[in-house]
Design a protein around this ligand. Structure first.
Ligand code: UD1
Ligand code: UDP
Length: 379
């Protein structure tokens, strides 16, 4: 029986990584027609993931522009999706997380009266400007959504506190763990991009990109990295730099050509995830890494003032350190010199899932479409 059409819309690297397992599961269900639409708010970083997971989009809005702003992404997604929504008439639009693509796609679906399923729903800092604009993107998407796939009980509670009906929320785990489990392999052979790295040394893996950290906060973080690289001769700092010119230019200006600091192009996911597995410490302002690294037993220092992912902090593998140079330096230094403290943090915890999140999500979608058909026939 034909159950209906599900349109999956995403635009950035993390959305693609976290939606890839869901698309794979959806495509196993012959009764569901799946359409994949990429806004390409990211380009090369998105294409790396599409290629790795063998995803061929049905539509590609190809929106990315150099140094794009929030207005151009929002309006580009809205106007780009209008014709596609109207010609495809999906029964459900699936979006992920908290990017501007996520919010604008949910809004476009609402304009067409198409129900929205929100994967990775219910994460909150309750600070409108941190992370910016993600906190509002995901809250507003939550207002528009019909099905909320919350990764943990904490995110479920956040939704309940906003009066989302409990029967519209499913705790599924986070699909990033599904992707990670498929990707990390013992004995993985790193390619050319990492051949200058001395794997005998302790590796600190770094990523930064958050808008609220642009400028002085990032300068502070990079100054702390310089101090660490100067002080610890058995440490290598590996920093695959986000393509955003605001991040890239500053990283090159402050960290380029420095001993024991490797600035790399964005790594494709397989190499990156396996590098994380080979690292000693992860320092990041990313969301996804706060979920992946704990499940690999890697201590994470979060270079932000807030986090919407408190679960691994409670479990003791993640520490929220902020961006002040002294604090970032000191948190990393302590982990490097204090083996006991390191061992306390370096244990694998999995508050974010068991690798079956996509299976659960697709099961709910099947039920949802089935009930919709029943309701339509009943009318
Ligand atoms: C975006 C999301 C953020 C998400 C992050 C993941 C918004 C507003 N921001 O932030 O929520 O956490 O992605 O990485 O939705 N660029 C390239 N090539 C690429 C990707 C980006 O050159 O493949 C450059 C372009 O100049 C682009 C700029 O980076 O204009 C910024 O991209 P954008 O998607 O606006 O913001 P991110 O900082 O990547
Ligand atoms: N990642 C990657 N290559 C890199 C850096 C990160 O594949 O060079 C992956 C990482 O494993 C995680 C995701 O990209 O799954 C995180 O993306 P990002 O930090 O851009 O976004 P956020 O998670 O903050 O939304």
């Amino acid at each position: 029986m034909h159950l209906g059409k599900v349109m999956v819309v995403f635009g950035t690297r993390p959305e693609a990584i976290k939606m890839a397992p869901v698309i794979k599961e959806l495509k196993k269900v012959a009764d569901i027609e799946t359409r994949v639409v990429v806004t390409a708010q990211h380009r090369e970083m998105l294409d790396q993931v599409l290629q790795l997971f063998g995803i061929v989009p049905d539509y590609d809005l190809d929106l990315m522009k150099e140094k794009q702003d929030l207005y151009s992404i929002t309006t580009g997604v809205l106007s780009g999706l209008k014709d596609i929504m109207q010609s495809e008439r999906p029964d459900l639009v699936l979006v992920h997380g908290d990017t501007t693509t996520t919010f604008a796609a949910a809004l476009a679906a609402f304009y067409e009266r198409v129900p929205v399923g929100h994967v990775e729903a219910g994460l909150r800092t309750r600070n409108k400007y941190s992370p910016y604009p993600e906190e509002m993107n995901r809250s507003l998407t939550g207002r528009l959504a019909e099905l909320h796939f919350a990764p943990t009980d904490v995110s479920r509670e956040n939704l309940l506190a906003e009066s989302v009906a409990s029967f519209k929320i499913w705790v599924t785990g986070n699909t990033v763990i599904d992707a990670l489990m498929e990707t990390v392999a013992e004995g993985y052979q790193f390619g050319e991009a990492l051949d200058k790295l001395n794997f005998e040394h302790r590796i600190i893996l770094v990523t930064t990109h958050r808008r609220e950290n642009w400028g002085d906060h990032m300068r502070d973080i990079y100054a702390a990295l310089l101090q660490l690289a100067d002080e610890f001769e058995d440490v290598e700092i590996v920093f695959p730099v986000h393509r955003n010119p605001t991040v890239k230019d500053l990283a090159e200006e402050m960290l380029g050509g420095r001993e024991r600091i490797h600035l790399l192009d964005p790594l494709e996911y397989q190499a990156f995830a396996n590098l994380m597995n080979a690292s000693y410490i992860v320092m990041t302002d990313s969301g996804g890494l706060q979920e992946e690294a704990p499940s690999l037993g890697k201590p994470v220092l979060v270079l932000r003032d807030t986090t919407e992912r408190p679960e691994a902090i409670q479990a003791g593998t993640v520490q929220l350190v902020g961006t002040a140079q002294g604090k970032v330096y000191e948190a990393a230094r302590r982990l490097l010199v204090d083996r006991g403290l390191y061992n306390q943090m370096a244990h694998a915890v999995n508050p974010y899932g068991d690798g079956q999140a996509s299976v659960r999500i697709v099961r709910v979608i099947k039920d949802f479409l089935y009930v919709r058909i029943g309701a339509a026939n009943y009318k």
